[in-house]
Design a protein around this ligand. Sequence first.
Ligand SMILES: Nc1ccn([C@@H]2O[C@H](COP(=O)(O)OP(=O)(O)OP(=O)(O)O)[C@@H](O)[C@H]2O)c(=O)n1
Ligand SMILES: C[C@](O)(CO)[C@H](O)COP(=O)(O)O
Length: 411
Amino acid sequence: MNQVKQRNASVILVAAGMGTRLGAGIPKALVEIAGKSLAEHAVDRILEVPGIREVIVVTPPDDDRLAEALRGYPDSVRTAPGGSSRAGSVRNGLAQVCPDAELILVHDAARPFAPAALFQRVLEQLEVPGCDAAIPALPVTDTISVVATDPAGSELVVQTPDRSTLRAVQTPQGFSAATLREAHAGLRTLSEEQLAAVTDDASIVRAAGGAVHVVAGDARALKVTHPDDLAAAEQLAAATTEAPHRNEPQDMLLPRVGTGIDIHAVSTDPEREMWLAGLYFPEDIGLSGHSDGDAVAHAACDALFSASGIGDLGTHFGVDRPEFAGASGVSLLTEAARLVREAGFEIGNIAVQFVGRRPRFGARREEANRVLSAAAGAPVSITATTSDGLGYEGAGEGITAYATALVYERP
Ligand SMILES: Nc1ccn([C@@H]2O[C@H](COP(=O)(O)OP(=O)(O)OP(=O)(O)O)[C@@H](O)[C@H]2O)c(=O)n1
Ligand SMILES: C[C@](O)(CO)[C@H](O)COP(=O)(O)O
Protein backbone atom coordinates (compact mmCIF):
# COMPACT_ATOMS: atom_id res chain seq x y z
CA MET A 1 0.00 0.00 0.00
CA ASN A 2 1.31 3.48 -0.84
CA GLN A 3 2.12 5.75 2.05
CA VAL A 4 0.46 9.05 1.12
CA LYS A 5 -0.36 11.99 3.33
CA GLN A 6 -4.01 11.76 4.27
CA ARG A 7 -6.39 14.43 5.45
CA ASN A 8 -8.39 13.78 8.62
CA ALA A 9 -11.38 11.55 8.00
CA SER A 10 -14.65 10.80 9.78
CA VAL A 11 -16.73 7.66 9.25
CA ILE A 12 -20.52 7.49 9.27
CA LEU A 13 -21.48 3.87 9.95
CA VAL A 14 -25.12 3.43 8.99
CA ALA A 15 -26.59 0.76 11.24
CA ALA A 16 -30.23 1.82 11.57
CA GLY A 17 -31.83 -0.56 9.06
CA MET A 18 -34.49 -3.04 10.12
CA GLY A 19 -33.03 -5.98 8.22
CA THR A 20 -36.38 -6.98 6.74
CA ARG A 21 -34.78 -9.29 4.17
CA LEU A 22 -32.66 -11.00 6.84
CA GLY A 23 -35.76 -11.56 8.97
CA ALA A 24 -33.91 -11.96 12.27
CA GLY A 25 -36.65 -10.24 14.24
CA ILE A 26 -34.19 -7.57 15.48
CA PRO A 27 -32.47 -4.70 13.63
CA LYS A 28 -29.79 -6.22 11.40
CA ALA A 29 -26.85 -4.36 12.97
CA LEU A 30 -27.66 -6.07 16.32
CA VAL A 31 -27.51 -9.57 14.87
CA GLU A 32 -24.56 -11.40 16.42
CA ILE A 33 -21.82 -13.31 14.67
CA ALA A 34 -19.08 -14.96 16.74
CA GLY A 35 -20.43 -13.31 19.89
CA LYS A 36 -20.47 -9.74 18.59
CA SER A 37 -23.03 -7.64 16.73
CA LEU A 38 -22.47 -6.79 13.06
CA ALA A 39 -22.11 -3.13 14.04
CA GLU A 40 -19.40 -3.91 16.60
CA HIS A 41 -17.48 -6.00 14.06
CA ALA A 42 -17.65 -3.07 11.64
CA VAL A 43 -16.45 -0.58 14.29
CA ASP A 44 -13.57 -2.93 15.19
CA ARG A 45 -12.40 -2.94 11.56
CA ILE A 46 -12.76 0.85 11.26
CA LEU A 47 -10.66 1.43 14.38
CA GLU A 48 -7.79 -0.39 12.64
CA VAL A 49 -7.70 2.27 9.90
CA PRO A 50 -5.02 4.89 10.47
CA GLY A 51 -6.16 8.53 10.29
CA ILE A 52 -9.84 8.01 11.23
CA ARG A 53 -10.71 10.70 13.75
CA GLU A 54 -14.28 9.75 14.65
CA VAL A 55 -16.92 7.12 13.93
CA ILE A 56 -20.56 8.18 13.99
CA VAL A 57 -22.69 5.06 14.35
CA VAL A 58 -26.26 5.70 13.18
CA THR A 59 -28.41 3.45 15.37
CA PRO A 60 -31.96 2.11 14.97
CA PRO A 61 -34.46 4.79 16.01
CA ASP A 62 -36.00 4.47 19.49
CA ASP A 63 -33.74 1.53 20.34
CA ASP A 64 -30.79 2.07 22.66
CA ARG A 65 -29.39 -1.49 22.51
CA LEU A 66 -26.68 -0.63 20.02
CA ALA A 67 -25.66 2.51 21.92
CA GLU A 68 -25.36 0.28 25.02
CA ALA A 69 -23.22 -2.27 23.19
CA LEU A 70 -20.88 0.52 22.03
CA ARG A 71 -20.35 1.95 25.50
CA GLY A 72 -16.96 0.29 25.96
CA TYR A 73 -15.53 1.88 22.81
CA PRO A 74 -13.32 4.99 22.77
CA ASP A 75 -14.97 8.44 22.92
CA SER A 76 -14.24 8.87 19.20
CA VAL A 77 -17.10 6.37 18.59
CA ARG A 78 -20.39 8.29 18.95
CA THR A 79 -23.99 7.64 17.93
CA ALA A 80 -26.74 9.41 16.02
CA PRO A 81 -30.40 8.37 15.64
CA GLY A 82 -31.42 6.59 12.45
CA GLY A 83 -33.75 7.89 9.76
CA SER A 84 -36.53 6.12 7.91
CA SER A 85 -34.29 5.54 4.86
CA ARG A 86 -30.57 4.90 4.41
CA ALA A 87 -30.16 8.39 2.95
CA GLY A 88 -32.03 9.82 5.96
CA SER A 89 -29.69 7.94 8.30
CA VAL A 90 -26.63 9.30 6.49
CA ARG A 91 -28.10 12.80 6.81
CA ASN A 92 -28.53 12.33 10.59
CA GLY A 93 -24.96 11.03 10.82
CA LEU A 94 -23.67 14.03 8.84
CA ALA A 95 -25.21 16.37 11.41
CA GLN A 96 -22.91 14.80 14.06
CA VAL A 97 -19.69 14.88 12.02
CA CYS A 98 -17.10 17.42 13.24
CA PRO A 99 -17.56 20.63 11.23
CA ASP A 100 -13.86 20.68 10.30
CA ALA A 101 -13.79 17.11 8.92
CA GLU A 102 -12.00 17.06 5.57
CA LEU A 103 -13.04 13.62 4.34
CA ILE A 104 -16.12 11.56 5.18
CA LEU A 105 -16.51 7.83 4.58
CA VAL A 106 -19.99 6.32 4.63
CA HIS A 107 -20.03 2.62 5.48
CA ASP A 108 -22.73 -0.02 5.99
CA ALA A 109 -22.80 -1.91 9.28
CA ALA A 110 -24.19 -4.63 7.03
CA ARG A 111 -20.64 -5.01 5.60
CA PRO A 112 -18.96 -5.82 8.92
CA PHE A 113 -15.81 -7.47 7.56
CA ALA A 114 -14.71 -4.84 5.04
CA PRO A 115 -10.97 -4.83 5.84
CA ALA A 116 -8.97 -1.78 6.93
CA ALA A 117 -7.03 -2.00 3.65
CA LEU A 118 -10.23 -1.27 1.71
CA PHE A 119 -10.81 1.91 3.72
CA GLN A 120 -7.24 2.94 3.03
CA ARG A 121 -7.61 2.31 -0.68
CA VAL A 122 -10.60 4.66 -0.77
CA LEU A 123 -8.78 7.26 1.35
CA GLU A 124 -5.72 7.12 -0.90
CA GLN A 125 -7.86 7.65 -3.99
CA LEU A 126 -9.31 10.76 -2.33
CA GLU A 127 -5.78 12.17 -2.07
CA VAL A 128 -5.47 12.16 -5.87
CA PRO A 129 -5.76 15.81 -6.94
CA GLY A 130 -9.28 16.58 -8.18
CA CYS A 131 -10.87 13.45 -6.69
CA ASP A 132 -13.83 14.27 -4.42
CA ALA A 133 -15.61 10.93 -4.44
CA ALA A 134 -14.28 7.37 -4.42
CA ILE A 135 -16.09 4.06 -4.05
CA PRO A 136 -14.98 0.43 -4.02
CA ALA A 137 -16.55 -1.95 -6.53
CA LEU A 138 -16.07 -5.46 -7.88
CA PRO A 139 -16.60 -6.71 -11.44
CA VAL A 140 -19.77 -8.78 -11.80
CA THR A 141 -19.63 -12.45 -12.73
CA ASP A 142 -23.26 -12.98 -13.73
CA THR A 143 -24.75 -11.55 -16.90
CA ILE A 144 -26.93 -8.65 -15.75
CA SER A 145 -30.09 -7.83 -17.68
CA VAL A 146 -32.57 -4.99 -17.45
CA VAL A 147 -36.13 -6.29 -17.32
CA ALA A 148 -39.61 -4.85 -17.74
CA THR A 149 -42.96 -6.34 -16.90
CA ASP A 150 -45.23 -7.05 -19.84
CA PRO A 151 -49.03 -6.52 -19.72
CA ALA A 152 -49.52 -10.16 -18.75
CA GLY A 153 -47.36 -9.61 -15.66
CA SER A 154 -44.29 -11.57 -16.74
CA GLU A 155 -40.80 -10.10 -16.86
CA LEU A 156 -39.08 -9.56 -20.20
CA VAL A 157 -35.43 -8.78 -20.79
CA VAL A 158 -35.25 -5.38 -22.44
CA GLN A 159 -31.52 -4.82 -22.31
CA THR A 160 -28.32 -6.71 -21.46
CA PRO A 161 -25.55 -4.20 -20.89
CA ASP A 162 -21.96 -5.09 -21.72
CA ARG A 163 -20.85 -6.86 -18.52
CA SER A 164 -17.32 -5.47 -18.70
CA THR A 165 -18.71 -2.03 -17.89
CA LEU A 166 -20.70 -3.21 -14.85
CA ARG A 167 -19.53 -3.14 -11.24
CA ALA A 168 -21.03 -4.31 -7.95
CA VAL A 169 -20.70 -1.28 -5.71
CA GLN A 170 -19.63 -1.62 -2.07
CA THR A 171 -18.91 0.57 0.91
CA PRO A 172 -17.02 2.40 2.42
CA GLN A 173 -17.75 5.23 0.01
CA GLY A 174 -15.51 8.25 0.50
CA PHE A 175 -16.05 11.93 -0.23
CA SER A 176 -14.55 15.29 0.46
CA ALA A 177 -16.74 16.62 3.27
CA ALA A 178 -18.01 19.55 1.22
CA THR A 179 -19.02 17.28 -1.68
CA LEU A 180 -21.05 14.94 0.53
CA ARG A 181 -22.66 17.75 2.52
CA GLU A 182 -23.68 19.67 -0.64
CA ALA A 183 -25.03 16.55 -2.36
CA HIS A 184 -27.15 15.63 0.67
CA ALA A 185 -28.39 19.22 1.00
CA GLY A 186 -29.78 18.77 -2.52
CA LEU A 187 -32.04 15.94 -1.25
CA ARG A 188 -34.05 18.28 0.99
CA THR A 189 -36.94 18.48 -1.47
CA LEU A 190 -37.30 14.68 -1.91
CA SER A 191 -40.25 12.82 -0.38
CA GLU A 192 -39.67 9.89 2.03
CA GLU A 193 -40.61 7.56 -0.82
CA GLN A 194 -38.09 9.15 -3.16
CA LEU A 195 -35.41 9.01 -0.44
CA ALA A 196 -36.09 5.32 0.09
CA ALA A 197 -35.24 4.69 -3.57
CA VAL A 198 -31.75 6.15 -3.13
CA THR A 199 -29.48 3.20 -2.34
CA ASP A 200 -26.05 4.77 -1.96
CA ASP A 201 -24.22 8.07 -1.52
CA ALA A 202 -22.26 7.84 -4.75
CA SER A 203 -25.49 8.11 -6.72
CA ILE A 204 -26.48 11.17 -4.67
CA VAL A 205 -23.14 12.82 -5.49
CA ARG A 206 -23.45 11.88 -9.15
CA ALA A 207 -26.98 13.26 -9.31
CA ALA A 208 -25.53 16.51 -7.96
CA GLY A 209 -23.05 16.56 -10.86
CA GLY A 210 -20.00 15.09 -9.10
CA ALA A 211 -17.56 12.59 -10.63
CA VAL A 212 -17.25 9.33 -8.69
CA HIS A 213 -14.00 7.39 -8.96
CA VAL A 214 -13.91 3.61 -8.57
CA VAL A 215 -11.24 1.62 -6.71
CA ALA A 216 -10.92 -2.15 -6.45
CA GLY A 217 -13.44 -3.64 -4.05
CA ASP A 218 -12.90 -6.58 -1.71
CA ALA A 219 -14.91 -9.80 -1.43
CA ARG A 220 -14.64 -9.52 2.37
CA ALA A 221 -16.85 -6.43 2.20
CA LEU A 222 -19.77 -8.82 1.64
CA LYS A 223 -23.15 -7.32 2.57
CA VAL A 224 -25.27 -9.34 4.97
CA THR A 225 -28.69 -9.04 3.34
CA HIS A 226 -30.38 -12.46 3.25
CA PRO A 227 -30.20 -15.38 5.73
CA ASP A 228 -27.78 -17.26 3.43
CA ASP A 229 -25.24 -14.45 3.86
CA LEU A 230 -24.85 -15.28 7.55
CA ALA A 231 -22.87 -18.45 6.84
CA ALA A 232 -20.41 -16.51 4.66
CA ALA A 233 -20.17 -13.83 7.36
CA GLU A 234 -19.44 -16.52 10.00
CA GLN A 235 -16.54 -17.69 7.83
CA LEU A 236 -15.21 -14.15 7.45
CA ALA A 237 -15.43 -13.70 11.24
CA ALA A 238 -13.48 -16.91 11.79
CA ALA A 239 -10.83 -15.89 9.25
CA THR A 240 -10.48 -12.48 10.90
CA THR A 241 -10.02 -14.05 14.36
CA GLU A 242 -7.63 -16.77 13.19
CA ALA A 243 -5.40 -14.61 11.03
CA PRO A 244 -5.84 -10.93 11.78
CA HIS A 245 -4.25 -8.68 9.13
CA ARG A 246 -3.19 -11.72 7.06
CA ASN A 247 -3.63 -9.85 3.78
CA GLU A 248 -2.64 -6.45 5.05
CA PRO A 249 1.11 -6.26 4.84
CA GLN A 250 1.05 -2.61 5.96
CA ASP A 251 -0.05 -3.90 9.40
CA MET A 252 2.50 -6.75 9.75
CA LEU A 253 5.53 -6.41 11.98
CA LEU A 254 8.12 -7.45 9.41
CA PRO A 255 11.58 -8.68 10.34
CA ARG A 256 14.49 -6.64 9.00
CA VAL A 257 17.47 -7.93 7.05
CA GLY A 258 20.90 -6.36 6.79
CA THR A 259 24.10 -6.98 4.87
CA GLY A 260 27.76 -6.55 5.74
CA ILE A 261 31.00 -7.02 3.82
CA ASP A 262 34.51 -6.97 5.24
CA ILE A 263 37.81 -7.31 3.43
CA HIS A 264 41.19 -7.75 5.05
CA ALA A 265 44.61 -8.13 3.44
CA VAL A 266 46.87 -10.93 4.58
CA SER A 267 49.51 -9.28 6.76
CA THR A 268 53.07 -8.79 5.55
CA ASP A 269 54.12 -9.67 9.11
CA PRO A 270 54.76 -13.41 9.16
CA GLU A 271 54.31 -13.40 12.96
CA ARG A 272 50.76 -11.99 12.76
CA GLU A 273 48.27 -14.49 14.23
CA MET A 274 45.44 -15.64 12.00
CA TRP A 275 42.05 -15.25 13.66
CA LEU A 276 38.97 -15.91 11.58
CA ALA A 277 35.37 -16.68 12.54
CA GLY A 278 36.41 -16.49 16.18
CA LEU A 279 39.04 -19.23 15.83
CA TYR A 280 42.85 -19.25 15.87
CA PHE A 281 44.50 -20.90 12.86
CA PRO A 282 48.14 -21.49 13.90
CA GLU A 283 49.31 -22.53 10.45
CA ASP A 284 48.25 -19.34 8.66
CA ILE A 285 49.59 -15.80 8.54
CA GLY A 286 47.01 -13.44 10.02
CA LEU A 287 45.00 -10.62 8.48
CA SER A 288 46.05 -7.02 8.96
CA GLY A 289 43.76 -4.51 10.65
CA HIS A 290 42.94 -2.16 13.52
CA SER A 291 41.58 -5.16 15.44
CA ASP A 292 42.45 -8.82 15.01
CA GLY A 293 41.37 -8.69 11.35
CA ASP A 294 38.60 -11.28 11.77
CA ALA A 295 36.71 -10.44 8.56
CA VAL A 296 33.96 -13.00 9.27
CA ALA A 297 33.10 -11.58 12.68
CA HIS A 298 33.34 -8.01 11.36
CA ALA A 299 30.99 -8.69 8.44
CA ALA A 300 28.56 -10.27 10.91
CA CYS A 301 28.70 -7.10 13.07
CA ASP A 302 28.05 -4.88 10.04
CA ALA A 303 25.09 -7.02 8.95
CA LEU A 304 23.60 -6.69 12.44
CA PHE A 305 24.07 -2.91 12.45
CA SER A 306 22.65 -2.66 8.92
CA ALA A 307 19.58 -4.73 9.82
CA SER A 308 18.90 -2.59 12.88
CA GLY A 309 19.66 0.69 11.10
CA ILE A 310 22.10 1.82 13.78
CA GLY A 311 25.15 2.63 11.66
CA ASP A 312 28.10 0.40 10.87
CA LEU A 313 31.36 -0.94 12.20
CA GLY A 314 33.02 2.49 11.91
CA THR A 315 30.20 4.10 13.92
CA HIS A 316 30.69 1.81 16.89
CA PHE A 317 34.27 0.48 16.74
CA GLY A 318 36.15 3.10 14.70
CA VAL A 319 39.66 4.38 15.33
CA ASP A 320 38.15 6.94 17.72
CA ARG A 321 37.37 4.01 20.05
CA PRO A 322 40.94 3.04 21.09
CA GLU A 323 39.56 0.51 23.56
CA PHE A 324 38.76 -1.69 20.53
CA ALA A 325 42.27 -1.60 19.08
CA GLY A 326 43.32 -5.23 18.75
CA ALA A 327 39.92 -6.40 20.02
CA SER A 328 38.98 -9.92 19.05
CA GLY A 329 36.25 -10.56 16.50
CA VAL A 330 34.35 -12.44 19.19
CA SER A 331 34.34 -9.47 21.56
CA LEU A 332 33.26 -7.12 18.73
CA LEU A 333 30.39 -9.43 17.79
CA THR A 334 29.39 -9.75 21.45
CA GLU A 335 29.29 -5.96 21.77
CA ALA A 336 27.48 -5.52 18.41
CA ALA A 337 24.76 -7.95 19.53
CA ARG A 338 24.43 -6.06 22.81
CA LEU A 339 24.05 -2.73 20.95
CA VAL A 340 21.44 -4.20 18.62
CA ARG A 341 19.43 -5.52 21.57
CA GLU A 342 19.84 -2.19 23.35
CA ALA A 343 18.26 -0.58 20.26
CA GLY A 344 15.15 -2.73 20.78
CA PHE A 345 15.80 -5.63 18.41
CA GLU A 346 16.19 -9.37 18.82
CA ILE A 347 18.46 -11.32 16.50
CA GLY A 348 16.97 -14.01 14.25
CA ASN A 349 20.15 -15.38 12.68
CA ILE A 350 23.35 -14.39 10.91
CA ALA A 351 24.85 -16.10 7.84
CA VAL A 352 28.39 -15.42 6.67
CA GLN A 353 30.34 -16.66 3.68
CA PHE A 354 34.01 -15.88 3.24
CA VAL A 355 36.08 -16.09 0.07
CA GLY A 356 39.74 -16.98 0.48
CA ARG A 357 42.39 -19.53 -0.32
CA ARG A 358 43.30 -20.02 3.34
CA PRO A 359 42.61 -21.08 6.03
CA ARG A 360 41.32 -24.61 5.49
CA PHE A 361 37.91 -24.22 7.11
CA GLY A 362 35.70 -27.27 6.59
CA ALA A 363 36.96 -29.26 9.56
CA ARG A 364 36.41 -26.35 11.96
CA ARG A 365 33.08 -25.04 10.66
CA GLU A 366 30.98 -26.43 13.51
CA GLU A 367 33.40 -25.07 16.08
CA ALA A 368 33.30 -21.61 14.46
CA ASN A 369 29.49 -21.69 14.28
CA ARG A 370 29.37 -22.49 18.01
CA VAL A 371 31.83 -19.75 19.00
CA LEU A 372 30.16 -16.97 16.98
CA SER A 373 26.64 -18.15 17.90
CA ALA A 374 27.59 -17.87 21.56
CA ALA A 375 28.97 -14.35 20.93
CA ALA A 376 25.84 -13.19 19.09
CA GLY A 377 23.40 -15.07 21.31
CA ALA A 378 21.72 -16.26 18.11
CA PRO A 379 22.45 -18.84 15.38
CA VAL A 380 25.43 -17.95 13.20
CA SER A 381 26.25 -20.18 10.24
CA ILE A 382 29.46 -19.79 8.28
CA THR A 383 30.39 -21.11 4.87
CA ALA A 384 33.59 -20.76 2.89
CA THR A 385 34.55 -20.81 -0.76
CA THR A 386 37.52 -20.11 -2.99
CA SER A 387 37.49 -17.86 -6.03
CA ASP A 388 38.93 -20.42 -8.42
CA GLY A 389 42.28 -18.68 -8.24
CA LEU A 390 40.87 -15.32 -9.30
CA GLY A 391 41.48 -11.98 -7.66
CA TYR A 392 43.22 -11.16 -4.41
CA GLU A 393 41.40 -13.96 -2.64
CA GLY A 394 42.64 -16.45 -5.23
CA ALA A 395 46.17 -15.09 -4.96
CA GLY A 396 46.05 -15.59 -1.19
CA GLU A 397 46.50 -11.84 -0.62
CA GLY A 398 43.28 -11.22 1.25
CA ILE A 399 39.91 -12.48 2.42
CA THR A 400 36.39 -11.14 1.77
CA ALA A 401 33.48 -12.00 4.04
CA TYR A 402 29.84 -11.41 3.11
CA ALA A 403 27.18 -11.52 5.82
CA THR A 404 23.42 -11.19 6.11
CA ALA A 405 21.54 -10.82 9.36
CA LEU A 406 17.89 -10.91 10.27
CA VAL A 407 16.58 -8.98 13.26
CA TYR A 408 13.10 -8.19 14.49
CA GLU A 409 11.69 -5.57 16.80
CA ARG A 410 11.11 -6.92 20.29
CA PRO A 411 7.36 -6.80 21.00
N1 LIG B 1 -33.20 3.51 7.45
C1 LIG B 1 -32.04 2.91 7.26
C2 LIG B 1 -31.89 1.87 6.32
C3 LIG B 1 -30.66 1.26 6.18
N2 LIG B 1 -29.63 1.67 6.96
C4 LIG B 1 -28.35 1.01 6.87
O1 LIG B 1 -27.90 0.94 5.53
C5 LIG B 1 -27.10 -0.21 5.34
C6 LIG B 1 -27.50 -0.93 4.06
O2 LIG B 1 -28.85 -1.23 4.10
P1 LIG B 1 -29.50 -2.66 4.01
O3 LIG B 1 -28.52 -3.73 3.93
O4 LIG B 1 -30.55 -2.58 2.98
O5 LIG B 1 -30.12 -2.78 5.47
P2 LIG B 1 -31.62 -2.82 5.90
O6 LIG B 1 -32.36 -1.61 5.45
O7 LIG B 1 -31.55 -3.06 7.36
O8 LIG B 1 -32.15 -4.12 5.17
P3 LIG B 1 -33.59 -4.42 4.58
O9 LIG B 1 -33.73 -3.59 3.36
O10 LIG B 1 -33.58 -5.87 4.33
O11 LIG B 1 -34.59 -4.02 5.65
C7 LIG B 1 -27.26 -1.09 6.56
O12 LIG B 1 -26.08 -1.06 7.33
C8 LIG B 1 -28.42 -0.46 7.27
O13 LIG B 1 -28.34 -0.57 8.69
C9 LIG B 1 -29.80 2.71 7.87
O14 LIG B 1 -28.87 3.07 8.57
N3 LIG B 1 -31.00 3.31 7.98
C1 LIG C 1 -24.75 1.17 -0.21
C2 LIG C 1 -24.76 -0.21 -0.76
O1 LIG C 1 -24.31 -1.12 0.18
C3 LIG C 1 -23.83 -0.28 -1.94
O2 LIG C 1 -23.90 -1.54 -2.51
C4 LIG C 1 -26.14 -0.61 -1.21
O3 LIG C 1 -26.57 0.21 -2.23
C5 LIG C 1 -27.15 -0.66 -0.10
O4 LIG C 1 -28.35 -1.08 -0.69
P1 LIG C 1 -29.51 -1.78 0.05
O5 LIG C 1 -30.54 -2.10 -0.97
O6 LIG C 1 -30.01 -0.82 1.04
O7 LIG C 1 -28.97 -3.03 0.63
